[in-house]
Design a protein around this ligand. Structure first.
Ligand code: GLA
Length: 387
């Protein structure tokens, strides 16, 4: 991959002299969905697939971008004087947003750059290609200009840029999982205070399989922001009855005690998911620590049911992938992952059942939905770095 991207860089920008190669992963969340903006726990991991970047510092303020994933767009030019979001800027709004966010924090960029990207995360799949680009950009800026920021800061800067520059109200999970990723470990993160621990994922005789629905989704045009505000409304109503700052502070019992403070049925369902999913995530990590992978899988399945019935973010595509997966012996657990409304499912599948899983789920999906799903057997990788 290093040679491929360097060669392309040379072709696009004349020479590759002085260019450096970087990588930032994508991520998959194992459990803890739609909890990160509710002060709950998440349990994601970085993947070995992600975004490769070749970058070279310039001696002026110009920015030249090229993505091998959007080769048809050619070189997109801009400058450090123009760090404002625009429709025409397309995908470059992600790296530009991060540059803007550094400057917002008082880290002025002394020079522009030439940047070429090549991602092997399926686009719009819900495996966080945008957060991957954000963390990659932050990593490059730190490497070039020596800014005093930690990887955790890179996550926060990425999220800030996504919220304030790209106007997607996402939580911290994606950028955190990517910036802090560690090979063969998932990250048990408490989004209330960003305390975290690594948990080894040693799946003896099983693998993580991602099924991509190929139903495209963008957080901006999805109901993501709507779910967020439904949770905020429910929280405000609960706060009339109980002294809490986030939904994540309630356990199931407390929720049942106070839930009638929430005025409507929809609000109660949304908040119920946020509370129960957080508790499920805590239990799932306990189960994993006790080597009880079966229990972990059951909690993954319960997570999907809650996302389907209470949070209502699945849809026919994700439900078909998951419900077909559940029928197969050797599937330890299966659920949608990420924001929902399209994107991917994550399943833990015993080695001997993987071929059957891909064949059978793929066939049923094609028949019911009318187009094909894609399957990826993935590995858990490290956070960003130079290649
Ligand atoms: C998207 C967001 C995350 C998180 C998930 C749902 O991936 O970017 O912050 O909210 O959806 O768990």
């Amino acid at each position: 991959m290093k040679d491929t991207v360097l060669k392309k860089f040379e072709e696009v920008f004349g020479s590759a002299e002085g260019a450096r190669v970087y990588f930032a992963p994508g991520r998959v969340n194992l459990i803890g969905e739609h909890t990160d903006y509710n002060g709950g726990h998440v349990f994601p991991c970085a993947l070995t697939i992600g975004t490769y970047g070749v970058a070279r510092q310039r001696e002026d303020n110009r920015l030249r971008f090229y993505s091998m994933n959007f080769g048809g767009l050619g070189v997109i030019e801009s400058s450090l004087e123009d760090l404002t979001p625009s429709k025409q800027a397309g995908w470059t709004n992600y790296p530009k947003g991060v540059m803007w966010a550094f400057e917002q924090r008082g880290m002025k960029l002394p020079f522009g750059m030439d940047l070429l990207l090549n991602g092997n995360i399926p686009n719009g799949s819900g495996l966080s290609s945008s957060a991957s680009v954000e963390v990659l950009t932050g990593y490059i800026l730190r490497d070039f200009f020596g800014f005093d920021v930690t990887n955790q800061d890179l996550a926060l800067i990425g999220q800030y840029s996504e919220n304030q520059f790209n106007m997607v109200n996402c939580g911290i999970m994606d950028q955190f999982a990517i910036a802090m990723g560690r090979k063969d470990n998932a990250i048990f993160l408490d989004t209330a205070d960003l305390s975290y621990e690594y948990a080894p994922i040693a799946l003896k005789g099983a693998k993580i399989v991602i099924a991509c629905s190929n139903k495209k989704r963008g957080l901006g045009d999805s109901k993501y922001n709507e779910r967020r505000s439904e949770c905020e409304t429910a929280l405000a109503q609960l706060q009339q009855a109980v002294n809490i700052k986030t939904l994540g502070e309630l356990d199931e019992k407390a929720f049942e005690e106070y839930k009638n403070a929430i005025g409507d049925e929809i609000g109660r369902k949304r908040a119920k998911h946020a509370v129960y999913e957080n508790q499920r995530t805590i239990r799932a990590v306990e189960a994993l620590k006790a080597n009880d992978v079966e229990r972990f899988g059951q909690l993954m399945n319960a997570s999907h049911v809650s996302l389907r019935d209470d949070y209502e973010v699945t849809g026919a595509e994700l439900d078909t992938l998951v419900e077909e997966a559940w029928k197969i012996e050797g599937v330890i657990g299966s659920r949608m992952t990420g924001a929902g409304f399209g994107g991917c499912t994550v399943s833990i599948v015993k080695d001997e059942a993987i071929d059957k899983f891909i064949g059978q789920v793929g066939k049923a999906y094609q028949e019911k939905i009318g187009y094909a799903a894609d399957f990826y057997v993935v590995e858990i990788g490290d956070g960003p770095g130079r290649v």
